[in-house]
Design a protein around this ligand. Sequence first.
Ligand code: FES
Length: 119
Amino acid sequence: MAVKKIKWYKIEETAEELLFNENNIAEVKVKDKKICLIKTHDGIKACASRCPHAGGDMMDAFLDKNENIICPVHRYVFNLDNGRDLNNEGYYLKIYPVQMNAEGIFLGMEEGGLFSWWG
Ligand code: FES
């Protein structure tokens, strides 16, 4: 089985530079992909900007009391650690790893997939 390589992309120096909305969600672009960053009590988490159900804009999502993310369109609830939909309909929200250290905030993306040569 092929091991997926993670490449890390610097997003910002500090969390203070990110423009979080009132629901603690900010949008950034990494490699032409829109990514949502979510401020939680466990640090910053990251997910795709589109809901896997019907493409809802996760920038307008909100968090429940357990810091799961709720899509604004049909209110599916997704776990921000593994992307699983808690409605058990089998949808997965793409989750990206985030690292914060003295050099900044970094988002990890898988490299070397079948279509990686598309850029
Ligand atoms: S588009 Fe997100 S739950 Fe339907």
